[in-house]
Design a protein around this ligand. Sequence first.
Ligand code: PRP
Ligand code: ZN
Ligand code: MG
Length: 225
Amino acid sequence: MRTRDRLRIAIQKSGRLSGPSRQLLAGAGLRFGDDGDQLFQPGRDLPVDLLLVRDDDIPGLIAEGVADLGVVGRNVLEEQALERMDGIGPGPFRSLRELGFGRCRLSLAVPADWDWPGPSRLQGLRIATSYPRLLERWLRERGIVARAVKLSGSVEIAPRLGTADAICDLVSTGATLAANRLREVERVLSSQAVLAAPARPFGDARDGLAAMLLRRLAATSRERV
Ligand code: PRP
Ligand code: ZN
Ligand code: MG
């Protein structure tokens, strides 16, 4: 592996996590220069650079060593860890710290007029989701055989379109479920933004830079209490 003396942090370019991610890094005293480039912003005072990407790409960028750390939802990180693990052994990622924003839950929801005797109600059904690995693990743990239908967005519309019977998607306020006449019945995962890293240390200057960032984040979160 190539050694590097600068740390590269990936955050969401635009979306729910991008504002709080920028604030988090600013609060830790990191400043980035624009450099005319929207997607890569070099650190101004410290050897810590910023990469602005789609949140769903962050685990892959870390796995490939393109980014060193990333701010991403636990839901995305765990789904992609399962995707890359295929079985036993430690996962490819570590979550260094929970960040306290981007809170949501990955939940199962069914048409509002269904009875809900329990998870066995899902036996043999089709469930639309963007998180098939997390859903399949949850089903397997309960001995339920059901089919995950992967959709990358607008999952809540699937029951009305007849492409699935139920859904498993992120819920924050619950407004999207209500608008689609769906009822949340089971929680699969509680999520929030985390600071993600590869499972193994970098073995160069990046370890010290990551440790410095963690110390600063711990200090700023203490100030806020
Ligand atoms: C997310 C998520 C849900 C919705 C939940 O979608 O996938 O659909 O927000 O939020 P609520 O409970 O407050 O309504 P997003 O708007 O990010 O779009 P996407 O599903 O197309 O990614
Ligand atoms: Zn996304
Ligand atoms: Mg959605």
